[in-house]
Every structure is written in structure tokens, then in C-alpha cells.
Design a protein. Structure first.
Length: 210
């Protein structure tokens, strides 16, 4: 079976690795935002580097339809494998991703053949790291420098089935995220399908980076 982590084992850090994040470097003792973010990704703690305001996500969505419009792919799926992934960068700036294989149950937005999607996780996703058996809806971006892989469109982009009739939502203060947390998985599927229709009709635009 093809394993992306074996096919692409190392490379330099690229714009796509840093696309979800923006570093604020004015108060930092180093000049390179790339070094800042690499350190944050490696330590899993934004507060470890230049204070809690050192970085923020470039895109924070105002609504579910906007997140759908900005995603390349939205799926319902189940995690069936979590393993060490690619190591990228060199020396102190190197990081290792977690490679998460998700079995696709349904494609709710975008195009994808039936099968699996392979995600790379940075360690900054809100909520717990992916675990085998996680089932939910994932809002994804396909990496341009390594198209075999996807990542969450941002840390709002994962809603898991709680197993109790509701959803485990990202730890986010947005009202629309909190509202979805009270929904069932089937209700969120319907919401995504309605949003996809609105996107196709041109009634919703993708979010622009801040």
C-alpha cells in the first residue's frame, strides 16, 4: 500500500506548512517568522515563543458556510490509522508531523474518489490529537507542495461525533461553533450540504486571509 510518509520523507519548510498561521515578530528576539512558527509547531505551545500574541491563525471563520467555501474538501470519515509522518526542515527548525489516515464515508463538499484521505497534523489543532476511531466531519485544504496530503483548513475545521447524540467541537468562542456543538452529526451534514449549495450558487465567498 502506498505510504505518503515513505514517498516524501523530508523537505524544506514551505509556505503551505505555515499557511494557517501568522507570526507577529515585532516583539520577538528573532527576525524570522518561519523560525518562530517552527518552534511553536515543535513545542506545541504558542506561549513558548514571544508570548501568547506571537501568532494567530490567518483565517478565523465567521460562519459554517464561509468555512465550507474556503475548504477544498469536506468529508465525513473515521480515523483508522495515526502514525509518525514526515519530518520537514533542518536542524532546530525541523518538525515532525503526525500522519492521520481517515477512511472517507461521505464527501460533503468538493471532489474525491472513495477511499482514504491522509492528513498532516501540526499539534496545534484545537481539541485532542487525532485518535483511532475518531468519527466526524473534517474541513480540509489540500497541500499544494505535497498534494498527497491534506490539513485542516484551520483549527475550527473538525467536529467529532461525541457518541452521545452531540458533537465535540473545537475549543472556540465563536457563537456559530458553539451552536453546532449542540447539533447531531446528521444535522451538521445537512448544514454542510446546504452551505455547499449556497457556495455553488455564488451566495457565499471564501474567507480572505487577515
Amino acid at each position: 500500500m502506498f505510504s505518503p510518509s515513505r514517498a516524501i520523507t523530508s523537505r524544506t519548510l514551505s509556505a503551505d506548512d505555515f499557511a494557517p498561521f501568522k507570526a507577529r515578530v515585532s516583539a520577538c528576539p528573532v527576525a524570522s517568522s518561519r523560525s518562530i512558527i517552527a518552534s511553536i509547531l515543535r513545542t506545541h505551545s504558542p506561549g513558548d515563543y514571544c508570548g501568547d500574541r506571537a501568532m494567530k491563525e490567518i483565517v478565523s471563520f465567521e460562519s459554517l458556510p464561509q468555512m465550507v467555501a474556503t475548504s477544498d474538501l469536506v468529508i465525513e470519515g473515521t480515523v483508522w490509522m495515526v502514525e509518525p509522518g514526515r519530518r520537514v526542515g533542518e536542524g532546530d527548525a525541523s518538525i515532525q508531523f503526525a500522519q492521520v489516515t481517515v477512511s472517507v464515508d461521505r464527501v460533503l463538499f468538493g471532489r474525491r474518489d472513495a477511499g482514504n484521505v491522509v492528513l498532516e497534523e501540526y499539534g496545534l489543532e484545537r481539541g485532542h490529537p487525532s485518535r483511532i476511531g475518531d468519527h466526524g466531519i473534517y474541513f480540509l485544504h489540500q497541500k499544494t507542495d505535497a498534494p498527497t496530503f491534506h490539513r485542516l483548513v484551520n483549527s475550527q475545521g473538525r467536529f467529532l461525533d461525541s457518541g452521545k447524540g452531540g458533537l465535540v467541537a473545537p475549543n472556540d468562542e465563536a457563537d456559530w461553533v458553539k451552536a453546532i456543538e449542540r447539533e447531531s452529526l446528521s444535522q451538521l451534514e445537512s448544514d454542510v450540504e446546504a452551505a455547499a449549495k449556497a457556495v455553488a450558487e455564488g451566495r457565499v465567498e471564501p474567507a480572505k486571509p487577515s
